[in-house]
Design a protein around this ligand. Structure first.
Ligand code: CMP
Length: 143
């Protein structure tokens, strides 16, 4: 069982796509084990996107992700990192296949509806940035 980090970005929240994103993840058979709505502060945004710090779009990325509320999630399931990336589609919505979240709902690379961890290592890092361990649900203990 694997866990990954998913975030509905400000454009996804403003366009009322939170339910759509969660529904697609759930219908695939993935489990939501952590969920919160939040307004990201600049410090967390810069840390989350640290790997892009040298990119020309870094400041606009930070400005955008802090421009409105987001919905942060931890999603669990078999090969969750890869499965979620497949459901989400290519980073650039123009290139994302129809049937994927970005392929169905976006056109702008900056406003691409969702973020999903690109590797298990990134998932672990991003989950710990956004969630405390006690905020995550352990379903193995449920009846
Ligand atoms: P995300 O999956 O959140 O990870 C990094 C983000 O940077 C990516 O989605 C895009 O929204 C954004 N991004 C990547 N490339 C560009 C670009 N060339 N111009 C603007 N934003 C970009």
């Amino acid at each position: 069982m694997e866990r990954t980090f998913v975030m509905v970005k400000p454009d996804g929240v403003q366009r009322g796509l939170v339910g759509e994103v969660i529904s697609r993840l759930e219908r695939k058979g993935l489990k939501i084990v952590g969920l919160k709505m939040m307004w990201i502060q600049e410090e967390l945004a810069m840390e989350h996107y640290a790997e892009h710090a040298e990119k020309p779009f870094f400041q606009s990325l930070v400005d955008y992700i802090t421009s409105g509320p987001v919905v942060a999630m931890v999603v669990e399931g078999k090969d969750a990192v890869k499965v979620v990336r497949t459901l989400v589609g290519a980073t650039n919505p123009v290139e994302a296949s129809p049937g994927t979240i970005r392929g169905d709902f976006g056109l702008d690379i900056g406003r691409n509806v969702v973020h999903a961890s690109d590797s298990l290592k990134s998932a672990e890092r991003e989950i710990s940035l956004f969630f405390d361990a006690e905020e995550l649900i352990d379903y193995s203990k449920s009846g």
